[in-house]
Design a protein around this ligand. Structure first.
Ligand SMILES: [Zn+2]
Length: 395
């Protein structure tokens, strides 16, 4: 049928970019066979993710963390793996116990997770679930979604990273009138900006050292874009409510309480509680950490206004130090976020398909399997690139 297998024997193969000890090679590997509940896709595009760069350089640290979390089979440096988890492909065939929901040729995006019996495998991070830097890939039918006709491949391929950003924005619980700060405008930061604007957040302030990325942030809809060498993102907005710093808050409190207590019998304590309910109490912005480098969270703790909510989205693979006294004194609320759920994933696809979100500014290149190593190197040094897509049909 549609499978253009590398051999005609009973063990068909496919071209894939394998990674062993951080080195890529394009070689023939076994064509995956769909197991129960699984669908075989012909890969159309697979995005290169920051997590892929981490997995190439820090596989052991990632695997140690995963092991401690009850996932013992994440790739180790010595393993030969096929990475790639931001998947767009066409249905080729179905395994047993599937519903056969879509006709062969239908374009599909899917959560990068397959199940073999009781074992869950992360597609693209595990020797047992080869990823999308290949001609074919397996996904789980229950976690797959058809891409509506007319949606360009290069946009549909952004479903997975936009789902990550949408989850972060949802967990950040940003009010429409609450300022949102995005620290770091790499692919994740840019996707967070897109999703904040899609949610209707009025003031999005973005900060990045790279002029290219600042320009991309503007194109993604950021209202204020700051070069942290020149300006502070912390002064680029005005907060709703009375104050931003601890002494300001103390002064405000003394003035307000002093005023109220001058009036005999005024229930000033109750007025304070009522004011809190009405939002007069200090409430800071929501700050999205999208860098993932040691020291960035600490700087945010030190500089964020009172009662800011800090959402840690960037993946930091090294031990990081933060001065928690800042978080305590300012009552910062810190949320770490990871991944997304199927509803968020489908919502990201809907936003792309309806045109409400346009991820095209993030798309800065497309390569074939042979150029994967160069693309990884380019992204690691990254100033000019945001997201590079892999098209395995390119030579
Ligand atoms: Zn990713």
């Amino acid at each position: 049928m549609q499978i253009k297998a590398g051999t005609t024997s009973s063990n068909p193969t496919m071209r894939a970019a394998t990674c062993t000890g951080g080195e890529f090679a394009v070689e023939q590997v076994p064509l995956p066979e769909p197991g129960p509940g699984q669908v075989l896709l012909r890969v159309v595009r697979t995005g290169i993710c920051g997590s892929d760069l981490h997995a190439r350089q820090h596989a052991d640290q990632l695997a140690d963390v995963a092991d401690a979390l009850g996932y013992p089979t994440l790739m180790r440096p010595a393993d030969r793996v096929v990475m790639g988890h931001e998947l767009l492909g066409e249905v080729v065939s179905y395994g047993p116990r599937t519903r056969g929901r879509w006709k062969p040729g239908t374009r599909i995006v899917a959560l990068p997770m397959v199940r073999n019996g009781e074992d869950i495998h992360m597609v693209g991070f595990d020797t047992r679930s080869p990823g999308g830097f290949a001609e074919y890939v397996l996904v789980q039918e229950v976690f797959a979604f058809a891409v509506p006709r007319g949606v360009p491949d290069d946009l549909a391929a952004f479903t997975e990273p936009l789902a990550v950003a949408w989850h972060a924005v949802r967990r950040g619980a940003v009010g429409r009138n609450q300022p949102a700060l995005v620290i770091g405008c790499g692919p994740i930061g840019l996707a967070v900006i897109l999703m904040l604007k899609a949610k209707g957040v009025k003031t999005v302030i973005a900060s990045d050292f790279s002029p290219v990325r600042r320009d991309l942030a503007r194109r993604c809809g950021a209202d204020v874009v700051v070069d942290p060498r020149v300006d502070e993102p912390w002064t680029a907005y005005t907060l709703e409510g009375p104050v931003g710093s601890l002494p300001d808050y103390a002064r405000f409190g003394m003035d307000a309480v002093g005023l109220m207590r001058r009036v005999p019998l005024l229930p000033w304590g109750r007025l304070i509680r009522a004011g809190e309910t009405l939002g007069v109490a200090p409430s800071g912005p929501v700050v999205f950490e999208c860098v993932g480098v040691p020291g960035v969270l600490d700087e945010i703790y030190a500089k964020a206004p009172l009662r800011s909510r800090v959402v840690a989205v960037g993946v930091c693979m090294e031990p990081d130090t933060v001065r928690t006294a800042f978080a305590l004194n300012k009552e910062l609320e810190v949320r770490y976020v990871f991944g997304y759920d199927p509803e968020e994933f489908e919502h990201a696809l809907d936003l792309i398909a309806s045109g409400k979100v346009d991820p095209s500014p993030l798309h800065t290149g497309t390569v074939g399997l042979r150029d994967l190593a160069a693309a990884f190197d380019g992204l690691a040094g990254a100033e000019e690139h945001a997201k590079i897509l892999v098209d395995p049909t390119l030579v």
